[in-house]
Design a binder for this molecule. Structure first.
Ligand code: ATP
Ligand code: MG
Length: 394
């Protein structure tokens, strides 16, 4: 028996005139992600995207795992594709979902036919197959209101599809349909979650990481590679730019008031990230900041950082609690990497008493001791760029 994957594409269905563009992007992303797993036809047909394997023993389990990580898919089903013949359909309805039938108590059959030449109407078909299922699994009851299992039967042009409850997809919008943005990535818990959250809205990601050797180690940078590797399983390839930051931090430490060190450092990071983003054609900065989490994330401190940003700054975690963020980091498998204890550049030279209520004016005044433009230019010219992409790993 042949198996398909049938995809119902959630939010895209609401996109009106642009729908075609979004669906084409999604089909392209699906083809790419499945390419190392199986040969398949991926086609659109009436608000459903159908994946038809073209090989004898396709690895459907790996295909399902890959589909679960593609943004733009609200839910999908693994479906038996059989001949449009009642005897065959009876047999497949019973055998294909046999394991599931054993696990549940109630079910209903929902039948649809887009092939109006099929001799039975949808209600007749549902009754016929429901009866067949009941006689094979006598422990089952039909419950039309709140069944444990919905057996879907779709009589389409070429095949009848039979499938059980939907598998939840990753949701969101297809990557590539919202443009490009640059995540400021540390080795912590928050920034990979922020990256994933915005990729989910259809953004292609670039990443900037500030490294402060010898205060931060090669191992700390490796951790960032691993975190982005996990994110790229959802977002696709990420260009990572590693910025040497030690010298800038030393200048700030030597020449600026200690209690403004953190805020000035964050403004330098933001300036450099914006400059790199512009060079890459990226339209926004993403950070993992969450209001009031630490001294640099008070309202006034965030205002001081934003004051140097000349493109939008997205902070998708701004209203989230740490526990909510951790939930997502576990789901996307970054948590265990994030909690490995390697120093971040932000923990180098941290003042004992950072200012919680810095004003933009006093920060600008303190920055006069620095050659801001020169330092930004030097940092930008010394970045190391690499591509991180685990999205085709099986
Ligand atoms: P995270 O868990 O993401 O490290 P955090 O709570 O430790 O966040 P901070 O260290 O204050 O918070 O950093 C806030 C944000 O600044 C991070 O989420 C990230 O977007 C950015 N950031 C911090 N350190 C770096 C770095 N070394 N390189 C690039 N961006 C950084
Ligand atoms: Mg951090």
């Amino acid at each position: 028996m042949k198996e398909f994957i049938l995809i119902k594409n959630g939010e895209i269905a609401l996109k009106g005139l642009n729908r075609g563009v979004f669906e084409d992007a999604l089909v392209k992303n699906i083809k790419r992600r499945l390419s190392p797993i199986l040969k398949a036809n991926v086609t659109k047909s009436q608000s459903t995207i159908m994946i038809e394997p073209l090989e004898e023993n396709p690895d459907m389990d790996s295909a399902v795992e890959a589909v679960k990580r593609i943004f733009g898919i609200a839910g999908f089903s693994r479906a038996a594709a059989c001949e449009k013949d009642m005897d065959v359909m009876r047999e497949v309805a019973v055998s294909y979902l046999a394991d599931t039938f054993r696990e549940v108590k109630t079910f209903k059959v929902e039948a649809r036919r887009s092939d109006k030449n099929f001799p039975l109407t949808s209600p007749e078909l549902a009754r016929e197959l429901g009866g067949e299922i009941l006689s094979n699994f006598p422990h089952l009851r039909v419950d039309v209101h709140n069944p444990d299992l919905v057996v879907n039967v779709e009589v389409r042009e070429k095949y009848t599809f039979i499938h059980g409850n939907q598998i939840k997809g990753a949701g969101g919008m297809p990557v590539g349909t919202s443009g490009r943005a640059t995540i400021m990535i540390s080795g912590g818990i928050d920034s990979p979650v922020a990256a994933w959250t915005m990729a989910k809205r259809g953004l292609v990601l670039d990443a900037v990481h500030f490294a402060s050797p010898p205060y931060t180690s090669q191992r700390a940078e490796q951790k960032v590679h691993e975190l982005l590797g996990k994110v790229s399983k959802y977002s696709g390839a990420i260009n990572l730019m590693v910025v040497p930051f030690t010298e800038i931090q030393e200048h700030i430490k030597d020449d600026c008031p200690e209690d403004l060190f953190t805020i000035i450092m964050r403004r330098m990071m933001m300036r450099i990230a914006v400059e790199l983003a512009k060079r890459q054609g990226s339209g926004a900065i993403i950070t993992g900041e969450s209001l009031a989490q630490v001294a640099s994330q008070t309202l006034l401190a965030l205002g001081c950082t934003d004051a140097v940003a000349t493109i939008p700054v997205f902070r998708p975690l701004i209203g989230m609690d740490k526990l909510e963020i951790i939930d997502i980091s576990r789901k996307i498998d970054t948590f265990d990497i994030s909690i490995q204890p390697y120093e971040d550049c932000c923990t180098v030279f941290t003042p004992k008493h950072p200012r919680l209520r810095p004003t933009v004016d006093e920060v600008i005044d303190a920055e006069k001791a620095l050659d801001v433009d020169g330092l930004v230019e030097e940092a930008v010219n010394n970045v190391k760029i690499m591509v991180i992409d685990n999205s085709l790993d099986v």
